[in-house]
Design a binder for this molecule. Structure first.
Ligand code: DP6
Length: 386
């Protein structure tokens, strides 16, 4: 419940997590409602390492809606922000009219001041729109007393991938068939506790800021890539079924292989886009080689990579293989010795590497190719605290 002081100021603060897709969303059939051309599936990450925190205040004394992102005021007239604000206010009015609302009856007509911060540096090149819009929509819903299964449809209108950050664990976003997008919603496939051995590493590579944002990138792909149509019509429907099955069976080799193939197909579509889009850089390619050589050494998929619209790798692996793989990364990408820790987040035990493994991988080390690693895992969705 929002805080209420004598000046009629209500304040709510919430947090929301980042999610990383293993079946990628790429392409819209409706750009205004943000309706995708294919379903997607992601893993929600732990908020101790990556989260957005949003505070929304509402008061009858506020003259206009305003928003600050990481301390800097941004344009509240951004159409996606406006869609989210309008939708939540519409839901709130609807609930009030049906007598369901727990919120202060007048607050929905008051202006809001929104303040949103991430606990991870924007410069790291990690997508923040998913956690950002999920957090905005959830915080507004708490302030205005909106409880709705449609919240993910509202977050979706901020940024497609944001709808998946409203749930924890393994989450699918079903593309839906309705024109109004009411059935284009996220839902949980399994909770984070279903597969506790699954671990996640984010390898933050040395790179400039990404050149093409996902919104404009996927727009050009829809316009120009013939592969994209094949992916949406033929590949993804069966991959979604298979991904859900391998998660339910906790079959890591199958999960890892499918995750890598789907990431590769997404980047193949970026190359098939005209003009082509390059999100991966040399360091990303080296990480891909390292993962395949490591898996080849063991004759099974122990580690899997996935890349979004940027060069950073997200690695999925199992707890048992984590220490050795981190040591492999440290060996082949010797970090800068600057006093800063190389592995941030969840502790990773140390491990020894055999000479045979190093020899078999047979790669030239690339000093300082990876700036740092964020060690994390799957987790639940969000918490409210006032
Ligand atoms: C490559 O959700 O950022 O991360 O809907 O235009 O805001 P908009 O795009 P966005 O796209 C994410 C694309 C991706 C894949 C994914 O997360 O599924």
């Amino acid at each position: 419940m929002p805080e209420n002081d004598k000046q009629g100021l209500s304040v709510v603060t919430c947090t929301a997590p980042v999610n990383i897709a293993v079946i990628k969303y790429w392409g819209k059939r409706d750009e205004d409602l943000i309706l995708p051309i294919n379903s997607s599936l992601s893993v929600t990450l732990h908020q101790d390492q990556l989260k957005t925190t949003t505070t929304v205040a509402c008061s009858r004394n506020f003259q206009q809606d305003r928003i600050w992102l990481n301390g800097k005021e941004e344009d509240i007239n951004n159409p996606r922000l406006q869609s989210c604000l309008q939708e939540i206010r519409r839901f709130s009015r609807k609930r009030r009219n049906t007598g369901d609302s727990t919120s202060d009856a007048s607050s929905v007509s008051h202006k809001v001041h929104i303040c949103s911060v991430n606990n991870f540096p924007t410069a790291a090149g990690l997508a923040s729109s998913a956690s950002g819009y999920a957090c905005l929509v959830y915080t507004l819903s708490q302030l205005f007393g909106v409880e709705s299964e449609q919240l993910s449809a509202v977050a979706r209108q901020g940024s497609g991938s944001a709808c998946r950050s409203l749930y924890g664990g393994f989450v699918q976003w079903k593309l839906g068939t309705q024109l109004d997008g009411k059935d284009s919603l996220a839902e949980q496939v399994e909770s984070e506790s279903y597969w506790p051995e699954l671990r996640v590493l984010i390898l933050v590579v040395s790179a400039e800021q990404k050149s093409v944002g996902s919104t404009s990138g996927m727009h050009t792909s829809v316009e120009t890539s013939q592969l994209l149509k094949y992916r949406a019509d033929v590949v993804v429907p069966s991959r979604m079924e298979e991904m859900i099955r391998v998660i339910r069976e906790r079959d890591f080799p199958a999960f890892g292989e499918l995750t890598m193939k789907d990431s590769n197909q997404f980047h193949a579509i970026c190359l098939d886009t005209y003009p082509p889009i390059f999100y991966l850089n040399n360091m990303s390619h080296r990480i891909i080689s390292l993962v395949h050589r490591y898996n080849q050494y063991y004759g099974e998929t122990r580690v899997a990579y996935t890349f979004d619209a940027g060069p950073n790798a997200v690695i999925y692996t199992l707890q048992d293989h984590l220490p050795e793989f981190v040591q492999v990364v440290r060996h082949f990408f010797p970090p800068e010795v600057n006093g800063e820790e190389f592995v941030k987040g969840l502790t990773v035990c140390s491990a020894d590497l055999s000479e045979e493994l190093k020899r078999d991988i047979n790669m030239e080390p690339t000093p300082k190719g990876i700036r740092y690693i964020i060690s994390t895992k799957a987790a639940q969705e969000r918490w409210t605290h006032n």
